[in-house]
Write a protein that binds this ligand. Structure first.
Ligand code: CTP
Ligand code: MG
Length: 255
C-alpha cells in the first residue's frame, strides 16, 4: 500500500504504576475506586471509547500482586465480544510492569508496542474521565501531521514563579508570567510513534510530561482544546469531584 492509503493505527499507553502519595495511604492510585469502579478501568474505557484506538498498553505497578490484580480487573471488566483475557470489543490490551518514575513507566509501555502502530497516545490512569471527543481531537491532530499534540486549558489562577524552598520559610516571588500565554496541559498527549521513541531514547532529564521531551528534540508540539473533565485525580478533593462528575453523567444519561 502507498503511504496515502495505509490506515494509521493508534495505540494508547496508560502509565498506572504510581503510588498516589498525594492521595494519601491506601492501594496504588490507579486501583482506587470511583463509584465502585477502579480509576484504571475508567481510564481504559475512555481510551477504548475512541474508534481509532486499537490497542491499550497498561503499565501496572511493578510488584507482582498489583500486576496480577490489573490483569484480573481488565479481564473482569472486558466488554462482550472480545476474547476473555485479551480484548475489549475491538480494542486489544496488554499489561506490562512499570518503573520508578513516570518517564520509565512510559518507556516500558512504548517498548511493548507491536509493529504497525504509528500513532501513540500517552494517557495518565489518573485522568479517568477524559471525554472521547478530546481523545479524538488529539489523534486527529497527529494524523494531520503534528509530531506531538497536547490537550490544554486556559488557567484560572495567576501563576507566580518563586525561589522554591523546602524548609517551610516564605518563598520569594521572582516573576509573574502573563496568564493569557500559559496553558494547563492534560493527557492524552498524542505523538508520531517514531518521534516519541526517539525522545525517550535521547532525553534523560527528569520531566513531568512526554511532550516536553519532544520539545527538547526541537520538534514542534501543538495544542488542541483540553476538557475540564480531563483533570488529574491527585489529592483527596479530586476524588469528590470525580464522583460528582460521574453522578452528573448518570443523571444526564437518564433524561
Ligand atoms: N506513574 C507511573 N509510574 C510511576 C509514577 C507515576 O506509571 N513510577 C503514573 C501514575 O500512575 C499516574 C501518572 O503517571 O497515572 C501521573 O502521575 P501522578 O498523578 O503523579 O501519579 P502518582 O505518581 O501515582 O501520584 P503521586 O505523585 O501523588 O505519588
Ligand atoms: Mg507522581
Amino acid at each position: 500500500m502507498s503511504d496515502e492509503t495505509r490506515p494509521s493505527r493508534t495505540a494508547a499507553v496508560i502509565p498506572a504504576a504510581g503510588r498516589g502519595v498525594r492521595l494519601g495511604p491506601g492501594a496504588p492510585k490507579a486501583l482506587r475506586a470511583l463509584n465502585g469502579t477502579p480509576m484504571l478501568i475508567h481510564a481504559v474505557r475512555a481510551m477504548a471509547a475512541s474508534r481509532s484506538v486499537s490497542l491499550v498498553v497498561v503499565v501496572a505497578p511493578p510488584d507482582e500482586a498489583s500486576a496480577a490484580e490489573v490483569k484480573t480487573l481488565l479481564a473482569d471488566h472486558a466488554l462482550p465480544g472480545g476474547t476473555p483475557s485479551g480484548s475489549w470489543g475491538r480494542t486489544d490490551f496488554v499489561v506490562v510492569p512499570g518503573g520508578e518514575t513516570r518517564q520509565e513507566s512510559v518507556k516500558l509501555g512504548l517498548d511493548a508496542l507491536p509493529p504497525g502502530i504509528d500513532v501513540v497516545l500517552v494517557h495518565d490512569a489518573a485522568r479517568p474521565l477524559v471525554p472521547v471527543d478530546t481523545v479524538d481531537g488529539v489523534i486527529e491532530a497527529v494524523r494531520e501531521g503534528a509530531p506531538a499534540v497536547v490537550p490544554a486549558l486556559l488557567l484560572a489562577d495567576t501563576v507566580k514563579q518563586v525561589e522554591a524552598r523546602t524548609d517551610g520559610g516564605p518563598e520569594l516571588v521572582v516573576a509573574t508570567p502573563e496568564r493569557a500565554r500559559l496553558r494547563a496541559v492534560q493527557t492524552p498527549q498524542g505523538f508520531d510513534r517514531a518521534t516519541l521513541v526517539r525522545a525517550h531514547e535521547t532525553v534523560t532529564d527528569n520531566v513531568t510530561d512526554d511532550a516536553s521531551m519532544v520539545e527538547q528534540l526541537g520538534e514542534p508540539v501543538v495544542v488542541v482544546p483540553g476538557h475540564e473533565e480531563a483533570f488529574k485525580v491527585t489529592r483527596p478533593l479530586d476524588l469528590v469531584l470525580a464522583e460528582a462528575v460521574l453522578a452528573r453523567r448518570r443523571a444526564n444519561d437518564g433524561f
